[in-house]
Design a protein around this ligand. Structure first.
Ligand SMILES: [Mg+2]
Length: 425
């Protein structure tokens, strides 16, 4: 069997680069990437955050991704150009990159809007050395699409991901298992995948300063101290996954799933919000918006889902997720939303949320669904869903929206317009 080989392709300052390329293509002469600039969400509400920054915004003014926009503007004075996010554009750019990647492997998995894993296992026979190919892919993306990427290469997704984070931008890095001690162990512990600021503080407090320190720790001690998460991090520090999850699938599930035709994969949607979600009402609203698009796609394809998964990424880039199998499958917006909310309630410790997703799997055809005695989907809710779908199909997504979305801090159908010609963007 061929040795496994994965690449992680990550767009450098994605939102900002994509906006810059778009502007250059439309007659703009200044490249946003060459000046202090940021993509910032929701300026008018004052709780907007920096979603992406240019290199010079970072170097000259120490602007950081995730910090409040107001704070960034205070640092940089009038010298900071702020552009609003444009999600329709991001999806187009992301799709264009996926098209390039798919030429080099049949297995390309979108990990987030600006990152994708490419399974290069066995592809050497066709395209040769992975490092050489990575350079070709990187240069092809830059010349065809106008933006740069980093590519990390290794035998598993975790190490490819870690390699991708090495020096940026426009670089190819390897992190083969034999390179782990020299390239990964000297790094500060905070740079290990899934180590957020809180965990970092905990570990540093115990004298674990580098990834190498953690790798050499006693796993029994770690398990006693920080439970399963400690064990997981220990494996990561050693460049592997726990025995129970050899493929690392639980940790590297695509954050974005738009494949509406894939029964096995299910139908899902997730979105980075323009500001951190810090209250239940804001988080519920984001869930409702996602459920609107997911349930609409379920109905469009005549599916009902039995398993609902809710996942989120915190402002510290830690990911959490929970799923549940329900007795009765559903495609009702209201029911999907109720289930998503109860899953979030079980999961969320109120750490600020940056990105959130709802995923429906275990799909059955609507026609084959048995009528359950406790059928939750009343005729009334079916009628409402059907009427709303028809209106949106005919007049576009914005023709009808729930009252709670009128203040427009969260789009009423997150990701809903992607790939939908009648939708707004
Ligand atoms: Mg990126």
């Amino acid at each position: 069997m061929a040795k496994s080989c994965y690449m992680l392709i990550d767009v450098n300052s994605a939102f900002l680069s994509w906006e810059a390329v778009y502007r250059l293509q439309h007659g703009e002469t200044v490249d946003l990437r060459d000046i202090p600039s940021v993509v910032g969400g929701s300026e008018k509400n004052r709780h907007g955050i920096v979603l992406a920054k240019s290199l010079s915004a970072k170097k000259l003014y120490n602007v950081k991704t995730g910090e409040p926009l107001v704070q960034a503007q205070n640092k940089a004075g009038n010298n900071l150009v702020v552009v609003p996010p444009r999600h329709g554009l991001y999806k187009e750019a992301s799709d264009a990159m996926m098209n390039v990647l798919q030429q080099y492997s049949p297995v390309v998995e979108r990990f987030s809007i600006d990152e994708a894993f490419l399974d290069y296992t066995g592809m050497e026979m066709l395209y040769g050395d992975p490092v050489k190919t990575a350079y070709i892919i990187k240069d092809e993306i830059e010349s065809k699409l106008g933006f740069t990427v980093n590519i990390g290469i290794s035998t598993n997704k975790l190490l490819a991901k870690m390699a991708c984070e090495f020096e940026k931008p426009n670089k190819v890095h390897t992190l083969w298992p034999h390179e782990v001690p020299s390239k990964m162990w000297p790094l500060p512990i905070g740079e290990l995948y899934m180590v957020g600021r809180k965990t970092e503080e905990k570990l540093i407090h115990k004298g674990i300063l580098t990834i190498g320190d953690l790798a050499k720790c006693d796993i029994v001690y770690l398990k006693k101290w920080i439970k399963g998460f400690g064990e997981l991090l220990w494996h990561f520090a050693n460049g592997s996954y726990p025995e129970s999850d050899k493929g690392g699938t639980a940790f590297f599930q695509g954050a974005l799933t738009h494949e509406t035709d894939s029964k096995a994969k299910g139908i899902g949607n997730s979105s980075t919000i323009a500001f951190n979600l810090e209250t239940k009402s804001a988080a519920y609203k984001a869930l409702l918006s996602l459920c609107e698009t997911v349930s609409r796609r379920l109905r469009e394809h005549n599916f009902k889902a039995q398993v609902i998964h809710v996942g989120y990424t915190t402002s510290e880039f830690e990911r959490f997720g929970r799923q549940k199998k329900y007795l009765s499958p559903t495609s009702s917006t209201q029911e999907l939303y109720n289930r998503a909310c109860s899953l979030l309630d079980e999961l969320w410790d109120m750490q600020p949320i940056r990105a959130i997703g709802v995923h429906a799997t275990c799909l059955t055809s609507s026609e084959n669904t048995q009528i359950n005695m406790f059928e939750i989907e009343s005729e009334k809710s079916k009628f409402i869903d059907c009427t709303v779908d028809n209106l949106r199909n005919k007049y576009g997504s914005s023709i009808i929206k729930r009252g709670c979305f009128l203040d427009e801090d969260i789009s009423h159908m997150l990701g809903g317009s992607w790939g939908n010609p009648t939708g707004n963007s």
